[in-house]
Write a protein that binds this ligand. Sequence first.
Ligand code: UN1
Length: 508
Amino acid sequence: MADASRLTETVQEVLRSLGVDPRLTEGGNRPVRSPLTGEIVAHVHDSTAQEARAAIGSAHEAFLQWRKVPAPRRGEFVRLLGEELRAAKDDLGRLVTIEAGKIVSEGLGEVQEMIDICDLAVGLSRQLYGLTMGSERADHRLQEQWHPAGVVGVISAFNFPVAVWSWNAALAFVCGDAVVWKPSEKTPLTALAVQALVERAARKFGPDAPQGLSRVLIGAREVGEVLVEDARVPVVSATGSTAMGRIVGQKVAARFGRSILELGGNNASIVTPSADLDLALRAIAFGAIGTAGQRCTTLRRLIVHESVYDTLVASLKRVYASVSIGNPLESDALVGPLIDEAAFQGMQKALAEARAAGGKVQGGERFTEGVSANAFYVRPALVEMAGQTGPVVHETFAPILYVLKYSTLEEAIALQNGVPQGLSSSIFTTDMREADRFLSATGSDCGIANVNMGSSGAEIGGAFGGEKETGGGRESGSDAWKAYMRRQTNAINYGTAMPLAQGVKFDI
Ligand code: UN1
């Protein structure tokens, strides 16, 4: 391309250095748009339904081989993948910035998250523990084993275009599974780049890593449907909107597959009278404005005690009015673009609804200074609401922070829990009783509950996911690996008698 723009040239350079075959990203039917400038930077090829089914078939064949490789050896494969990611961190992080619009340190942070989960998975490969239980029968032993499950389907969203795959894939690989990935149609380049790194790791690992162990399907919903409906995919992990998860969950359940759903969040922080307000301000700013409000853990509701409300809101207004916005490749701005025009329209619609419900809105307008007219940058919006109504109970994937006032902790917790979503939450307090009340069975109803921290930016060591419309799935650390394996209970009789459980007699 003689007149390729600088951004397109950068993309080509990065893809080359990551080892992506140029035939995959040129001349295809699907344009890839960078939210940084609105430019089309590549054209990828959608997979047909037939190709998708063939990919699932080859992943299934790969699984049949891979399950025979000892788990610590499988861990070695993931260790090599982690090495590739370390070497590619700068390039892949930059590609995340170009394709998803994240600021550079967040793009790099996303790749770091991939490296971290690889490390965790390597250790895990020697710790896929099953329990042994005392049998009620003499000379019997009772135990459980965890066996590989099969092909794991991964459906991921644009906002964490590579890390979400890695939380699933790193665990799935050590668990003995093959992985078929349907990335967001908005971010196919990062997926193709990761696949190139997986293939490089597989070559270094040698012939024990079968062809088909990791596959990528490019395309929109139709391609995802093939994955969701195929009975050769026993586990489907889907990240995205609640509307998408409702369909995926039902379709996978209809064929008795297992789904791991990580869907919408509507995360809140409670700021109590004893809170360290300086610390809270920094955490709130990152939680609500970071990633331009496009994390599933983004802080969307702030529930502030009446005694500190005016002070905190005044500080927040200053931050919201002054935070730097711009193209992250050309500036050190803290706020990059929204992913596309639809996201911008969604934000404007929510703000109009908030105004109609009596909300006082600061910010939220399109930002155009020094950025491309084809990109959608916005000033983050701070919205004071009298009650939790209208758009406040929905997730709008944009930087809008609704601020509510409370007087008792019970009221604050009721507001925090009073939405259909249940992903992440936090409390700012230096009062031990308040902190532990918030973490107790009668406190936050979310999958993640933090103290003196924001709602976003979870580490990979804990299980990640949430309740209610967030879908109930758990990925990443702790014992989330169990969802990628099948449990087998074994009863073994090492005696000469044949006692039956529960004392049943059946003498023939
Ligand atoms: C997401 O937005 O889909 O906790 C995941 C966080 C990140 C993951 C976000 N570690 O914000």
